[in-house]
Design a protein around this ligand. Structure first.
Ligand code: P6P
Length: 325
């Protein structure tokens, strides 16, 4: 009989690779998994519970806030802010640093997250996701500061996403490979289904919103036109980052959100979209660039800064960088 390894078992086994570990890191990952289960339950019953639709608010990105967005945001803050393992948080849904409530212990980690990315797709029942990046604090003690949050992606202690689709999956890396766990609703546990994910070498799909074609840099136009002339690589674009990255990770290919003359820094955010996806893809044998440099080496200057993103198969990212020079 096939042994079932749950996410919590995997996390605690993985903890043995970090002898100096105190178990806090494992606890945080388990708390994020709990957040994922709670959001999954709401996403999967949104239609029935009539919580589709808008709250009437607009977030820092200028996106209309969906009811599920707000629910996801509150779930992250309440669960991760409770345990005393963090000293600060940051989210797409909040303009500034999210402090840990007074009276709670202040931990040695910070968490940056997009609680529900792609939420504009909710009403069409398209896969959406939560994205997270975990860092060790850089300041000595006391409440976390912006310095603890504005760290380059290569300093991530862990990164991952939860994709709410045909099934709910928790995909993460702690720097020793990428692991995927599928939620088994019958036992309420994430179970290991994708061990040590490696990006397939073949460039199977290209994924970009071609609406922007005439605003792209010339190098991107050339790259896409060459693929079309070959006619071997399928175009796949969902418009939900977690879904597009998940497919790229499992099937191979390239995802891009280029800078355009209307969006000179692209659309996607470095801290809670680019960095996590870049760590995952790199750990899976791929690459991630802003067109000039490795995403993970960008020194952030503000929480919501945007970055162009070219991510996926190493050779394809390299080709695009050369065409953009
Ligand atoms: P566009 C969703 O709104 C999102 O933030 C990402 O999930 C997705 O990759 C991107 O925007 C899609 O943007 O301009 O193609 O609709």
């Amino acid at each position: 009989m096939k042994t079932t390894l749950t996410l919590n078992q995997h996390i605690y086994l993985d903890q043995k690779n970090h002898p100096q570990g105190t178990g806090v890191f494992s606890e945080i990952l388990s708390e994020i998994a709990l957040v994922g289960k709670i959001i999954s339950r709401e996403v999967n019953k949104a239609g029935i519970a009539e919580i589709y639709g808008l709250t009437g608010d607009v977030n820092t990105s200028g996106d209309e806030v969906q009811k599920l967005d707000q629910f996801a945001q509150n779930t992250f803050v309440n669960i991760l802010g409770y345990s005393g393992n963090l000293c600060a948080m940051a989210s797409e849904e909040e303009e500034g640093l999210i402090p840990i409530s007074a009276g709670k212990d202040l931990g040695k980690y910070v968490l940056i997250f997009d609680p529900l990315d792609g939420s504009s797709n909710i009403d069409a029942n398209v896969s959406i996701g939560s994205i997270f990046s975990l860092y060790k604090r850089v300041t000595e003690a006391g409440p976390g500061t912006l310095a603890d949050l504005l760290q380059p992606g290569y300093k991530q202690a862990a990164a991952g996403y939860i994709v709410y689709g045909a099934s709910t999956m928790f995909v993460y890396t702690a720097g020793l490979g990428v692991y995927g766990f599928t939620l088994d609703p019958s036992i309420g546990e994430f179970v290991l289904t994708h061990k040590n994910i490696k990006l397939p070498a073949v460039n199977k799909n290209y994924s970009v919103n071609e609406r922007d074609y005439y605003s792209w840099p010339e190098g991107v136009k050339t790259y896409i036109e060459d693929l079309k002339k070959e006619g071997k690589v399928a175009a796949r674009y969902i418009g939900s980052l977690v879904a597009d990255i998940h497919r790229t990770l499992l099937y191979g290919g390239i995802f891009m959100y280029p800078a355009t003359n209307k969006k000179p820094e692209g659309k996607l955010r470095l801290l809670y979209e680019g960095n996590a996806m870049a760590m995952l893809m790199t750990q899976a044998g791929g690459a991630a660039s802003n067109g000039q440099k490795n995403i993970l080496e960008i020194e952030p200057t503000e929480l919501h800064q945007r970055t162009p993103l070219y991510i996926g198969n190493q050779n394809e990212v390299k080709k695009i960088k050369q065409l953009l020079q």
